[in-house]
Design a protein around this ligand. Structure first.
Ligand code: GLA
Length: 778
């Protein structure tokens, strides 16, 4: 049938056609298929109706929309599942009936008005547009499919145009609807809270509706917009997976419904909860862009598709492909309690260790000595910083480091000059005192004058001295949603207009400051999404810097996002958030699989830590491109699921780095297998354990077992020894073929497991870890 549209990427096909009743029916999204003369094997057969079926037309008595796989569903014509579109017309009716009119295909892709969208020129992307019409109401709906063949990604968005002569209230307009023929799937979501973001959860689907959403006004740490449907037998290396993400930073929803008849629907878009948009005649409304990918080769493959897409088509600007600098951030070192002398002492230590960028965090402006004041007063506190930022930057630059600054521009403190001058700029509902979050209010970005003030004020801040990096924070959920800039009938537009306002401000600032490296942040990873990544090439992953917790946080994040966008810092031990102790080497080994920074008081380091850090930084610099941009893999450790292996593999497969991370140490379990799939199977590799050190403090009195002299476990001598003695972890060197390492792994030298020690024994202990470098032998 001529209406069949068959889209191909390198390894996938997406096929749909038009039902005899006019709706667009989805036939297939899966492994790539050859084009067919006759697509009837893919068509659902409807030769008799069923019990309660509602049929849209008497000419087609056997077609009920409720049990069809459709591309975009409305309400009121017999599809009782969650719908993609919900409208209220001027006459109060709500039935929608969009039918196919025409389609066109062209190279390249359109932008989306007012929203950020993926990049891609004519050589990289092909677009198919479907035009649907609801004739009775003179509405057009255009469905866009942008095919990124070489990345195995298809993006989707929709545009509703009102030509009816009357206004229409849009209560739901989702970016994409994916209907799968079958029900045995797991719905995989990435959920969390402050300082515990994006933990993977798999929900086995039973008939019913599952919602993954945010109502906080930002994409939120509660439920990330990246989700997957996976086959019941899908693992990291095999099985079917369909992934969907959204280029959007506001309240979103991914609604998944499995029906009793064995169909599964996944919708993604702006959260319909609390949303209503008044669309006047002559206007159109576009959704954010959804990013879809399929793989039959498991979760690492789908992650790979998403990673490449984010790197090539979401992140943009000067810094997209550039190696990111190793930074020091003063937040966990000093909190608000610093002055210029303290900062310079920190900077001096950082420079001596090889750190490249000094980031001054919260507390540099107004009279901000805690989190109760000054947001909005973006002038340096001269008491803390005589000469201001302009006085400080040259001193940092003179140490050979770049300088970067923290700001939280979307916020206003009640105790601020800005609030005293413009109390009406804070988001609040009429006749109610607004709720507080971290003692602060949110600026109303729906107001044009607030946006204009923000752009000019930040332009002033970013023009101070030689500013090369900005951390753009946003530290509260939005409450009391209401804008004085909107009439009553448009208050349902508040959350979306806030995000549109934010995007307008960011677009302008990024245009004015193309050289600045921006890092997005929202109490850690409370706004970790593709929308922010269109403006800022990296995001602070989490306020939890504990290495062990980070295995879950960075590991969860890695399903949808590459390590090249994840800020990861080495912080103090015991850790500030969990009070857990971990070694300086493990803290580095985890952070090395991200954009490395140090966030601890470097002026208080022992000689041991300093030496270890210096070597870590040398290692990171030597392998930075691989660590930041290599292919990231999660390798399940089949011998012990409490252990984690991560790896990064170079594009040509000739080098790789793997990290083996242990949970709690167990007596008698001394054997580990190090497997890294994806190496070049035809070459042999030299494999070496990174030179790592063990602080003998960890041994307490046991240190006497390895020393020729006897010392007290908690004595002064022990303390001096632990600061100066670099006890090296056993050397490890192997030679192994790529096919062996990819398919099976290397049996590592024995781990200390309760009995003897010699220099052929690895000591890992609780939360221990080691990195291994793989280099192809010539
Ligand atoms: C947030 C950020 C932190 C730090 C503080 C400063 O919590 O996530 O990294 O910048 O704000 O107040």
């Amino acid at each position: 049938m001529s209406d069949v549209i068959h889209l191909d990427t390198d390894t996938t096909s997406y096929i749909f056609d038009v039902l005899p009743t006019g709706q667009v029916s989805s036939l297939y999204y899966g492994a790539r298929l050859r084009h067919m003369e006759d697509y009837s094997p893919l068509r659902q057969k409807n030769d008799v109706g069923y019990g309660t079926m509602v049929n849209i037309s008497q000419a087609h008595k056997t077609i009920g929309l409720d049990d069809q796989c459709l591309e975009y569903s409305g309400l009121g014509k017999g599809d009782y599942r969650e719908s993609a579109i919900e409208l209220v017309y001027a006459d109060g009716s709500r039935t929608t009936d969009f039918r196919h009119v025409s389609s066109k295909r062209y190279r390249g892709r359109p932008d989306i008005e007012t929203l950020p969208s993926a990049l891609g020129g004519e050589g990289e992307v092909e677009t198919t547009e479907l035009l649907l019409r609801d004739e009775a109401k003179s509405l057009s709906l255009i469905l866009y499919y942008c095919v990124y063949a070489s990345h195995d990604v298809i993006t989707r968005f929709a545009k509703l145009a009102n030509e009816s002569g009357e206004s229409v209230r849009v209560r739901r307009l989702m970016s994409a609807q994916l209907d799968l023929f079958g029900g045995d799937y797991r719905f995989v979501t990435f959920d969390g809270a402050w300082a515990y973001e994006r933990e993977r959860h798999d929900k086995t689907l039973h008939p019913g509706v599952y919602v993954n959403d945010s109502k906080t006004g930002n994409s939120s740490h509660r439920h990330n917009p990246f989700v997957m449907l996976v086959g019941t037998d899908c693992g990291e290396w095999s099985g079917e997976a369909w992934a969907m993400n959204l280029v959007y930073s506001g309240s979103h929803a991914q609604i998944c419904e499995r029906t009793y008849q064995g169909k599964t629907r996944l919708l993604s878009g702006i959260n319909p909860s609390g949303f209503e948009w008044l669309l006047m005649s002559g206007e159109s409304f576009s959704t954010p862009e959804a990013v879809l990918s399929y793989s039959s080769r498991g979760l690492n493959a789908i992650s790979r598709n998403m990673h490449r897409f984010v790197q090539d088509f979401i992140v943009r600007g000067e810094w997209r492909d550039r190696e990111r600098p190793i930074l020091v951030n003063n937040w966990e070192a000093t909190d608000f309690d610093f002055d210029r002398r303290k900062l310079l002492a920190l900077a001096k230590e950082a420079a001596a260790l090889g750190i490249e960028l000094f980031v001054l965090d919260d507390g540099w402006f107004g009279k901000r000595d805690d989190d109760t004041s000054s947001l909005g007063d973006w002038k340096a506190n001269e008491k803390k910083l005589p000469g201001g930022i302009e006085g400080l930057v040259p001193k940092i630059n003179a140490l050979g480091m770049k300088f970067g600054l923290w700001v939280e521009p979307e916020m206003i403190s009640e105790d601020s000059e800005l609030y005293r001058a413009h109390p009406d700029w804070a988001v609040a509902t009429p006749d109610r005192a607004p709720a507080y979050g971290r003692n602060q209010f949110v600026l109303d970005l729906c107001m044009p004058e607030v946006r204009a003030w923000l752009v000019e004020t930040m332009t002033g801040v970013f023009s101070q001295g030689n500013l090369e990096y900005v951390k753009w924070d946003m530290n509260r959920h939005i409450s009391d949603a209401y804008s004085k800039a909107l009439p009553p009938e448009r208050q349902g537009e508040f959350h979306h207009r806030y995000i549109l306002g934010l995007y307008e401000v960011l677009a302008e600032l990024v245009r004015r400051f193309p050289k600045i490296l921006f890092e997005s942040c929202a109490s850690g990873g409370n706004r970790f999404d593709l929308g922010m990544l269109c403006y800022m090439p990296q995001i602070w992953t989490s306020d939890d810097t504990d290495a062990y917790a980070r295995l879950t946080i960075q590991g969860g994040t890695s399903y949808g996002y590459p390590q090249s966008v994840m800020g990861a810092h080495v912080s103090a031990s015991p850790n500030m958030q969990t009070l857990r102790a971990s070694t300086i080497e493990t803290r580095f080994n985890v952070a090395a699989f991200g954009l490395l920074g140090y966030e601890l008081d470097l002026t208080m380091l022992s000689h041991f830590d300093k030496r270890a850090i210096r070597e870590q930084i040398e290692f990171y610099k030597a392998h930075r491109r691989l660590l930041q941009f290599g292919r990231f893999l999660r390798v399940p450790v089949t011998m012990d699921e409490k252990k984690t292996t991560w790896a990064v593999v170079a594009e040509d497969g000739k080098t790789a780095i793997a990290g083996l991370f242990q949970g709690s140490a167990k007596v008698g379990l001394g054997q580990d297998l190090l497997k890294v799939p994806g190496l070049d199977t035809d070459v042999a590799y030299r494999v070496t354990g990174r030179k790592q050190y063990i602080n003998v403090r960890a041994f307490g009195g046991l240190v006497n077992k390895i020393l020729p002299i006897k010392i007290r476990g908690d004595g002064v001598l022990h303390s001096v020894l632990s600061s100066y003695y670099m006890f090296a972890m056993a050397d490890e060197a192997y030679v192994a073929n790529g096919d062996l390492v990819s398919a099976y792994g290397i049996k590592l030298i024995q781990q200390f497991s309760g009995t003897g020690y010699n220099d052929r024994v690895r000591i890992l202990s609780d939360y221990g870890s080691r990195l291994y470098l793989f280099e192809a032998r010539e």
